[in-house]
Design a protein. Structure first.
Length: 227
């Protein structure tokens, strides 16, 4: 197990299925663009706790995923998305989205894991072209959204927020359609929450997740145009 802040050497996907859930530990300084890119490309993600605490880099034995063909938004949500006044965008307000996610209240958690160091790290990853946001607007006001990471042609969600009812669900609905048009049929969401389970998300084993991730990454898709 590595305990360094420089570039980490993560196990390859084939080695992870039977390995420990925590494959590395660092402090905030380890949240570099290079480490984040290397981790997500292997199905690993950092799991920060309180600000300044040691950060475990994890590949859990159970992984939550949203298969778009099993996504159950409901007719009411689909009708809501078509109402006038709503609009959607990608990467128009990444800083605002991640700040709103950090500030969002989550009954199932105490506080937020999105510390200032996490905000800075994923903002740097965004500027490097690998972290992206979805914005939901109502009458030109930002009312919801999410952000996540492109692991190299496969996008996984990190966090979402809403300021009006259904806005985060609408962000997922929009993103699912966007990704399906580009050939991605499911999305990593890391942990299964009651909110996502109601939308059709489920848990799969780590071995299943890693096997399917390996297939996805060989597609070499370009999901987000590089600006």
């Amino acid at each position: 197990m590595h305990t360094v802040a420089a570039n980490l050497v993560f196990p390859e996907i084939a080695q992870l299925a039977r390995g420990p859930e925590v494959v590395a530990r660092t402090k905030d300084a380890g949240l570099t663009v290079a480490n984040l890119r290397a981790a997500y490309g292997r199905g690993i993600f950092p799991w920060p706790g309180s600000a300044g605490a040691v950060i475990p880099w994890c590949c859990p034995r159970e992984r939550a995923v949203l298969v778009f063909g099993e996504f159950t938004p409901g007719r009411t949500l689909e009708k809501t998305a078509r109402k006038s006044g709503w609009s959607f965008s990608i990467d128009h307000a990444f800083s605002e989205v991640i700040a709103a996610c950090a500030a969002a209240e989550r009954p199932e958690q105490e506080g937020t894991w999105i510390s200032p160091a996490v905000v800075g790290a994923y903002t740097a990853l965004h500027h490097a072209g690998w972290a992206h946001s979805v914005e939901v607007w109502r009458d030109e006001e930002l009312v919801g959204g999410l952000y996540g990471v492109d692991a190299g042609g496969f996008f996984g969600g990190e966090s979402m927020f809403h300021r009006v009812d259904n806005a985060s669900k609408l962000a997922i609905l929009f993103l699912a359609g966007y990704l399906r048009e580009r050939g991605q049929l499911w999305m990593d969401i890391q942990q299964l929450t009651p909110h996502m389970e109601r939308l059709g998300a489920k848990e799969v084993t780590r071995a299943t997740f890693l096997e399917q991730l390996s297939v996805e990454l060989t597609a070499n898709r370009i999901l987000f145009p590089k600006v």
